[in-house]
Design a protein around this ligand. Structure first.
Ligand code: ADP
Length: 488
């Protein structure tokens, strides 16, 4: 699939340290999950290369922060434009290594690029404050300064957007970054880094360290232990988030964490049912169910329960599963065997505990790899089943019945997670009541798609710390400094 790139030089297979492409001593394979074929080999770097990248970033910091916000913004804006100009190639690289349908990959390139555009603009709006004095001889000022060298560890489910959402605000604020992309999707990261080079990013300001899953742990340790790194941003599992948080304790690093979710999707009796079904499809089956904001549990009120399950099953049965490069495919392969096994285990557990299989429920046979899992709907689900307690991270929709609004809210909030949530209702009072009662960082009301660069993305409880995107998205990368001017 990668022999047809319009610009083959975007397919970078070396890591980027201090503006130099680095081959490393050993390499690891990047595979196409739709076919199992090896796409490329990239450097398997470790602690010493991570150290080198941090030193390069530290050295690049003074000149980068000394640029005016407008100058940094201009480089970011060129980077944004290059992503858009090369969108088709970036989308192909992404579909090849990640598996998502090409249309979704194109969408992600635009979404990922939009963070660069947004923060290129925001760079100029990092305003300080003057504070009314309480002492006639003094004046109080607050200035904002870049926090320092930043590290970003990113996942494979959004190989570009999870990088740009962290890196763009850091760079805009005046911070250099070292990125450790997911081992499954380094090619997207490297292509984006190549475009940053072309946009005029100075050496050392943006570094990419590729490593396999084993060596990622070693690289992660170096990034966490380092005194140079002042902020670590991570998107991934809650489990790894906890490890990183612990590792960052000795150096008291600022942390941005976007961790797991367990999103409830509630449909009330007064919902527009067709719209709820479309929202459920979009939220659940996008990226084969592998997003942290995917609906994980569906709660449907008595009055519309049967109709909802029937309509959802009908629409899910029409979804086209296959290689993301094939026209019309809506659900691609899952990323790795363990991901499919988790979906299988959750379905088996639910069926054993009395759930009813309405659609799917098995791997799709006859395709080029065995990583395709059929879009699945389970009805009559109960709260003791794994699929409602843990994040399935696959194309499985468990549907549970409820009777009252209070019951739905209690079910939705009964989790240690708090990232995204969704509900469908046309009752204005209920919309406010439920919207305010859900213990989540984000609530989609009558929509299954909520992400955009202009709004704060993030979770409460064990779903993470901080917010990405929006005008708040730069706060993490900025320190406030109070200047007290006396002797007036
Ligand atoms: P997912 O469940 O999405 O694969 P993970 O949390 O396992 O999420 O991985 C997300 C990112 O974290 C990847 O880049 C991976 O290499 C990295 N990672 C996983 N474990 C560690 C670790 N112990 N230290 C540092 N990085 C890690």
């Amino acid at each position: 699939p990668l022999t047809t790139l319009q610009d083959p030089s975007l397919l970078k297979t070396d890591a980027l340290i201090n503006g130099q492409w680095v081959a490393g001593e050993t390499r690891f394979e990047v595979r196409d999950p739709a076919t199992g074929r090896v796409l490329a080999e990239v450097p398997n770097l470790g602690g010493s290369e991570a150290e080198a990248a941090l030193q390069a970033a530290d050295k690049a910091w003074p000149a980068w922060r000394a640029k005016t916000a407008k100058e940094r913004g201009a480089i970011l804006m060129r980077w944004y434009q290059l992503l858009m100009q090369n969108a088709e190639d970036l989308a192909r690289i992404m579909t090849a290594e990640q598996g998502k349908p090409l249309a979704e990959a194109r969408g992600e390139v635009g979404y990922g690029a939009s963070f660069i555009e947004w923060f290129a603009e925001e760079a100029k709006r990092v305003y300080g404050e003057t504070v009314p004095t309480t002492d006639g001889n003094k004046r109080y000022l607050v200035i904002k300064q870049p926090i320092g060298v930043c590290a970003a560890i990113t996942p494979w489910n959004f190989p570009i957007a999870m990088i740009t959402r962290k890196v763009a605000p850091a760079l805009a604020a005046g911070c250099p970054v070292v990125i450790k992309p997911a081992e499954a999707t380094p090619l997207s990261a490297l292509a984006v880094a190549e475009l940053a080079q072309r946009a005029g990013m100075p050496a050392g300001v943006l570094n990419v360290i590729t490593a396999d899953s084993q060596r990622s742990i070693e690289v992660g340790k170096v990034l966490c232990d380092s005194d140079v790194v002042r902020h670590l941003s991570f998107t991934g599992s809650t489990e790894v988030g906890r490890i990183l948080m612990k590792q960052c304790a000795p150096t008291i690093k600022k942390l941005g964490l976007e961790l797991g979710g367990n999103a409830p999707f509630i449909v009330f009796d007064d919902a527009d049912l067709d719209s709820a079904v479309e929202g459920a499809l979009a939220s659940k089956y996008r990226n084969a169910g592998q997003t942290c904001v995917c609906a994980n549990r569906m709660y449907v009120q008595d009055g519309v329960y049967d109709a909802f399950v029937a309509k959802l099953a009908e629409r899910v049965g029409q979804l086209k599963v296959g290689n993301g490069f094939e026209p019309g495919v809506q659900v691609g392969p899952m990323i790795e065997p363990a991901a499919v096994e988790k979906a299988e285990a959750h379905v088996a557990d639910a069926l054993a505990k009395g759930a009813r299989l309405v659609s799917g429920g098995a791997r799709v046979q006859g395709l080029q790899s065995n990583l395709f899992y059929a879009p699945t709907v389970l009805a009559d689900v109960t709260g003791d089943m794994l699929c409602t307690r843990e994040e399935t991270f696959g194309p499985v929709a468990p549907v549970q019945r409820f009777a009252t609004e209070a019951e739905a809210i209690a079910l939705a909030n009964a989790t240690e997670f708090g990232l995204a949530s969704y509900f469908y209702s046309r009752d204005i009072g209920r919309i406010f009541r439920v919207g305010e009662a859900l213990e989540y960082g984000m609530v989609g009301i009558n929509t299954g798609i909520i992400s955009t660069a202009e709004v704060p993305f993030g979770g409460v409880k064990q779903s993470g710390l901080g917010r990405e995107g929006s005008h708040h998205g730069m706060d993490d990368y900025i320190e406030l400094k109070y200047l007290c001017l006396g002797d007036i």
